[in-house]
Design a protein. Structure first.
Length: 144
């Protein structure tokens, strides 16, 4: 993550009237799911034992969509925001899979990512929050 990101995040928060005790940038993380590399942001939490939340952004957006919300919520939750397939710093769908249903592919990605987060954070479950495309992926996951 850029060294300039912290001050930019602080300025964005100030411009929106968001007051937090401290502006902390998330940790950039990578995980391989189904042979593809996925990027995600781990916002952590200064408190232990808080609920874990996976955040899924909408179409044409990235994990950074959640940055300002994460500043407000990270005291109460351990937040993890995924760059979904084909977005942000995550891999694009390989040419050999372009004919497959993207909803099915993203369902597999979501399943694999939640399994990764549960293992990495040593938790049995997470809350799943999504907007637009991410909301549809969350609904598909929950329905199965």
């Amino acid at each position: 993550m850029s060294e300039d990101y912290g001050p930019l995040l602080a300025a964005a928060a100030k411009a929106q009237g968001i007051e937090v005790a401290a502006v902390r940038v998330p940790e950039d993380q990578q995980v391989e799911i189904g042979g593809l590399d996925f990027h995600y942001l781990d916002w952590g939490s200064p408190r232990s034992g808080v609920p874990s939340v996976v955040l899924l952004h909408g179409g044409r957006l990235t994990a950074h969509t959640w940055d300002l919300a994460a500043l407000l919520l990270r005291e109460r939750y351990h937040l993890v925001a995924l760059d979904q397939r084909g977005h942000g710093d995550s891999a694009r769908t390989p040419e050999a899979e372009l004919g497959r249903d993207s909803a099915d592919l993203m369902l597999g990605d979501t399943r694999g990512f939640i399994e990764h987060v549960c293992t990495a954070l040593h938790v049995d479950r997470v809350a799943l929050v999504g907007m637009s495309m991410g909301g549809m992926n969350a609904i598909r996951y929950a329905a199965r």
